[in-house]
Design a protein around this ligand. Structure first.
Ligand code: SOE
Length: 388
């Protein structure tokens, strides 16, 4: 019997558009989905962006996301645009009765994020916020260990997310460096992942104190495209533009209902760290350490090991028994960054039309946005601030 299929439209044809397109293709190739996605339309902002549509697996292209959102034949809208556009698209898609996947952070402001959540609640369809690192087999395994009490009472959660792609002051002013487009800098772009991992693994952040920096305050404006996707080597104009977001943010956090102490570092100014997203969790019965640059392994320290055999052991999280791994390759043939997006899409598709939502939803997106807002306030007031 032919499988039920749903038609997907993806909006945004840059980095995340590519990562999600790959995920939609791999999901049906490697996983047995109850409902299969048809990659119907790729929407972009510039015609030249859409030249990749066929290569990425899309049947059609469009420059008019609003028209696509209202097409009766489209069931799922996947939002991969710069953050400032997330609310308009998601709210329109919710009104049009669509299921929605939206990249993180949910929006540029808490107000917009809450409007998106209200819209999807009213629309009544499925919604997911793309916190992709939850879908690393190692992270899922650590989540189960914590839930089973293997680490005991959690004393510390330490998160770091360090990159170095804009240490060069000549790197052009692209959308991630402009508040009106991105909402925040490293805090909202990469710090959001660490906040969500804390919510996923340890508990809800309810109070923060913070300090943020913008190390390079002006950058060359790129020629051509409205600086949206300008990257290294992009032709630069003589004009300079103001960087009005943070280059780095550090903050401390308390957890609701627990005395766990948390520290966070999000920076794009850590030379040598390309995408060094990781955490350390220390508990009364043991500790774990994971980082995305070595994502198929995690380190585990078990307090119960014999005195003569104590130490961090390197656990391979890419064997048949780990979540998602069995659908890819034989044990040990490791996974990468792109597989996390496939796991995200597989989990979303496996629950389409069901009540369950075993993945980060817009509720989680709003919970993250509340922490982002509290961190920015704490940086201004230089005091501990409560998370709304
Ligand atoms: C920032 O450079 C970025 O692209 C984030 O926006 C993504 O969420 C992260 O997965 C990789 O780094």
């Amino acid at each position: 019997m032919a499988k039920k299929t749903v038609n997907v439209a993806l909006i945004g044809a840059q980095f995340m558009g590519k990562a999600h397109s790959n995920a939609w293709r791999q999901a049906k190739m490697f996983f047995d989905l109850p409902v299969e996605p048809t990659m119907k339309v790729l929407c972009g902002k510039f015609p030249e962006e859409l030249a990749v549509a066929k290569k990425w697996g899309w049947e059609e292209t469009s420059l008019d996301w609003k028209a696509v959102v209202h097409r009766p034949d489209i069931d799922v809208i996947d939002i991969c645009t710069p953050n400032f556009l997330h609310p308009a698209i998601a709210i329109e898609a919710a009104k049009a009765g669509k299921n929605i996947v939206c990249e993180k952070p949910l929006a540029s402001t808490l107000k917009d994020a809450e409007a998106m959540l209200a819209a999807v609640k009213k629309g009544g369809k499925k919604n997911m916020c793309g916190f992709s690192y939850r879908f690393a087999p190692a992270v899922q395994t650590i989540k189960k260990m914590i839930g089973d009490g293997v680490l005991g009472r959690i004393f510390h959660f330490r998160a770091h997310y360090q990159q170095d792609w804009i240490v060069d002051p000549e790197f052009p002013l692209n959308w991630r460096l402009q508040k009106k487009i991105a909402g925040a800098g490293s805090l909202g772009d990469i710090g959001a992942h660490s906040i969500d991992l804390c919510h996923f693994l340890v508990g809800q952040i309810d109070e923060v104190c913070a300090s943020m920096r913008t190390f390079v305050k002006k950058r060359p404006i790129a020629e051509g495209q409205a600086t949206i996707a300008a990257t290294k080597g992009h032709k630069k104009s003589k004009k300079m533009g103001v960087v009005d977001v943070d280059d780095a943010a550090i903050f401390l956090a308390h957890i609701k209902g627990a005395d766990t102490l948390c520290t966070f570092e999000a920076t794009r100014f850590a030379p040598g760290r390309r995408n060094y997203n990781g955490f350390e969790i220390y508990g009364s019965k043991g500790s774990v350490i994971w980082n995305q640059e070595d994502m198929n392994w995690f380190q585990y320290y078990n307090c119960a090991d014999a005195d003569t055999a104590q130490g961090f052991r390197r656990v391979h999280a890419c064997d048949g028994g780990h979540p998602f791994v069995g659908s890819w390759w034989p044990t040990g043939h490791i996974l990468g960054y792109e597989h996390l997006f496939t796991h995200e899409i597989v989990t979303f598709m496996s629950n389409l039309g069901k009540k369950a939502a075993p993945y980060p939803t817009f509720e989680d997106g709003v919970a993250c946005q509340k922490v982002l807002e509290a961190v920015e306030k704490a940086d201004r007031t230089r005091k501990w601030e409560k998370v709304k």
